[in-house]
Design a protein around this ligand. Structure first.
Ligand code: CDP
Ligand code: CDP
Length: 224
């Protein structure tokens, strides 16, 4: 039987991480874990309960009292928060523009990382986020850092919004993506950073298929 490896995919917002991670997981029959969805779920619950996103103690108490379950669905990953399906609710603009505040807290990150590591104990996992190669799976056999220009990433999100029939302002999106990247890269604990042993792929001019293909080559080399 082939060896089951772990694949870590990191990078800034809208670089294509979750799209390609899902395809790679499908091709290898691995599980896919969207760690951003976990930070989003906690942010959604904190906003609903009117908890200050700056209050680390309250946030960690809330998280300790929260179940977050990720399940594969036909249209992508499904996210259950305390048994409620919040897959759509965690993608709102309000959550997107505040999640980086929640994700900066050390205690919140420690608890999230512990949960994320537990999903990967047996290998056979593709995990995407910001600190997977650096903190969550430092021994992952394949580490990829996906990049794309901020203009391209804003256009990708803009196109997604238009497809879904949501209002969308390209200039505003670019501003919001840049701010989130800045907060994620400059935070004190586990900032967004390429792991020293990660392979960088600039996806600006690549199709999804081309990116998937490059990661599959890296994965198959390690699986043997
Ligand atoms: O899909 P998108 O790139 O918009 O973001 P996401 O992967 O859903 O992540 C949302 C936010 O969660 C990020 O902007 C980070 O603030 C935080 N995050 C993190 O800090 N560490 C991770 N491993 C994953 C996400
Ligand atoms: O997970 P992350 O925020 O990094 O990005 P995503 O949600 O997977 O992808 C953002 C959008 O870019 C999706 O609509 C993809 O279809 C599109 N896209 C891509 O992911 N990769 C390319 N090479 C080209 C477009």
């Amino acid at each position: 039987m082939n060896k089951k490896i772990s694949i870590a995919i990191d990078g800034p917002a809208a670089a294509g991480k979750s799209t390609v991670a899902k395809f790679v997981a499908e091709k290898l029959s691995y599980i896919y874990i969207d760690t951003g969805a976990m930070y989003r779920a906690l942010t959604y619950k904190a906003l609903k309960k009117h908890i200050s996103l700056e209050n680390e103690d309250e946030l960690i108490n809330l998280l300790n009292d929260t179940t977050i379950i990720l399940l594969p669905g036909d249209q992508g990953q499904l996210i259950f928060l305390d048994e409620e399906n919040v897959s759509e609710d965690i993608r709102t603009r309000e959550v997107t523009n505040t999640v980086s505040i929640v994700a900066k807290h050390k205690l919140v990150r420690e608890e999230m990382v512990e949960r994320q590591k537990s999903f990967a104990v047996n290998g056979g996992v593709v995990m995407d986020g910001r600190d997977i190669g650096t903190h969550v799976l430092p021994d992952a056999e394949v580490k990829v850092f996906l990049l794309a220009s901020v203009d391209e990433r804003a256009i990708r999100r803009h196109n997604e919004n238009i497809q879904k029939g949501f209002p969308s302002d390209l200039a505003k999106l670019k501003e919001e993506i840049s701010l989130r990247d800045k907060l994620d890269s400059e935070r004190e604990f586990a900032p967004l950073k390429k792991a020293a042993d990660a392979v960088e792929i600039d996806t600006t001019a690549l199709t999804i298929e081309q990116v998937v293909e490059r990661i599959m080559v890296l994965a198959l080399e390690r699986i043997g």
